[in-house]
Design a protein around this ligand. Structure first.
Ligand code: XUL
Ligand code: CO
Length: 438
């Protein structure tokens, strides 16, 4: 079908802040230059196939509500191919260049591994054709190693080695698909790589198994010549009560422990950060400080709900903080802002897909402009720099050289007496930050 899954919806225009048209951008102007690059380049928005095309908007208490008139609800290849057409119509009209998918989002499972692989190849051909025709690109691909019942005890971390074989086969084929489609990255989110109770879990063994799968993926990536980056996406819980990739620090430790550090970057998701009891900027900072910040799953949670609600990001302070970090690291290389976000169950009409993405894109456009303004203003950067000025003195650089001893430091403490300290000025800085949220 159909150039017209969304027949009444035009290509979404930029109309500026004065517009009252709900189907227009008020702040996201793809071509506007900020810090020398276009907004589209800075923000690198991607659309998540799983939420946009496959999420029925069910919740633990009720069935799906999403109206998808193009979808006949079957597991046929025809239905899968129809979805691809609708998805690319959506990307064109919303003005998003990039997308992300799981193998099972785009193509149905077959009766056996061979048939499943053929199904994926068939849909990947169509994705490839649509990418070429529509000038769209793949940000990252991934394998769904969590929804099939065989993964009930984990995928790589399963107690059953035959399950590991299925997981590895899926990773192989999803890497092939990502490579064929020219993806910039490949994500590992270990949906079932954790445990519900330690009474039945050999954690030592399971973490080793996970590392073995990741090493196999690195080896395969090199053999097929995949040029993209491999990412791990931290999350502390859901679906298991404890996930091995709980947060950025746990992932970095895992990568170091199993000699994978140079091969992986992190894909940080806002709602996962908050579930881990961290702020998004904490997780981004941990990843960036290790030089391992790769990509971002852009969403947010609901402060009064304790689960992964995957809402579209609308908090301007949040988007500003995120874009400050992205600008500080010099922009994305292989990553982007993937809307791993879904509409509320009550927002079930197709047009709500547009409202949701417009809202997230405008919020990030404002975040980008505010972050650039904060950097141009320079007061925040200057304060931070000045706060550590003593470390730039001769003594500071001798200590930083790492060659001084405890005894030498004690002599200096005796000679210099009590150091003078300055205020941290948190409230002043918070007010300064808020000046830029207009
Ligand atoms: C789950 C989640 C996933 C990953 C990709 O919470 O975020 O959709 O982004 O598997
Ligand atoms: Co995600």
């Amino acid at each position: 079908m159909s150039q017209d899954a969304f027949p009444d919806i035009p290509v979404i225009p930029f109309e500026g802040p004065g517009s009252r048209n709900a189907l227009a951008f008020k702040h996201y102007d793809a071509t506007e230059i900020v810090e020398g690059r276009s907004m589209a380049e800075h923000l690198r928005f991607a659309c998540a196939y799983w939420h946009t095309m496959r999420n029925p908007l069910s919740d633990p208490f009720g069935a799906g509500t999403a109206r998808m008139p193009w979808d006949d609800g079957s597991d046929s290849i025809d239905n899968a191919l129809r979805r691809v057409e609708v998805f690319f119509e959506f990307l064109r009209k919303i003005g998003i260049e990039w997308y992300c998918f799981h193998d099972r989002d785009v193509a149905p499972e077959g009766a056996d591994v061979e048939e499943t692989n053929r199904n994926l190849e068939r849909v990947v051909e169509s994705l490839s054709q649509h990418q070429r025709d529509g000038g769209r690109r793949l940000l990252w691909g991934t394998a769904c190693l969590f929804s099939h019942p065989r993964y009930v005890h984990g995928a790589a971390t399963s107690c059953e080695v035959g399950v590991f074989a299925h997981a590895a086969s899926q990773v192989r084929r999803a890497l092939d698909a990502t490579n064929t489609l020219g993806g910039l990255g490949y994500v590992f989110w270990g949906g079932r790589e954790g445990y519900s109770t330690l009474l039945n879990t050999d954690m030592h063994r399971e973490r080793e198994q996970l590392a073995i799968l990741l090493h196999m993926a690195v080896d395969y990536k090199n053999r097929i010549g995949f040029q993209g980056d491999l990412f791990i996406e931290p999350k502390p819980m859901e679906p298991t009560s404890h996930q091995y990739d709980a947060d950025a620090a746990a992932c970095l430790n895992f990568l170091r422990e199993f000699d994978l550090f140079d091969e992986f970057k992190l894909n940080i998701e806002t709602n996962h950060a908050t579930l881990a009891g961290h702020t998004m900027e904490h997780e981004l900072s941990v990843a960036a400080a290790a030089g391992r910040l790769g990509s971002i799953d852009a969403n947010m949670g609901n402060p009064v709900l304790g689960w992964d609600t995957d809402q579209f990001p609308i908090d301007l302070a949040l988007t500003t903080r995120i874009m400050l970090q992205v600008l500080e690291m010099g922009g994305f290389t292989s990553g982007g802002l993937n809307f791993d976000a879904k509409r509320r169950r009550e927002s079930f009409e197709p047009v709500d897909l547009f409202h949701a993405h417009i809202s997230g894109m405008d919020a990030f456009a404002r975040g980008l402009k505010s972050a650039a303004a904060i950097r141009e203003d320079g007061r925040l950067g200057h304060f931070l720099h000045a706060r550590y000025a003593s470390w730039e003195t001769e003594l500071g650089s001798r200590v930083r050289s790492g060659r001084m001893t405890l005894e030498e430091m004690e002599m200096i403490a005796c000679q210099s007496g009590e150091p003078e300290l300055a205020s941290g000025r948190q409230e002043m800085l918070e007010a300064l930050f808020n000046e830029f949220l207009s």
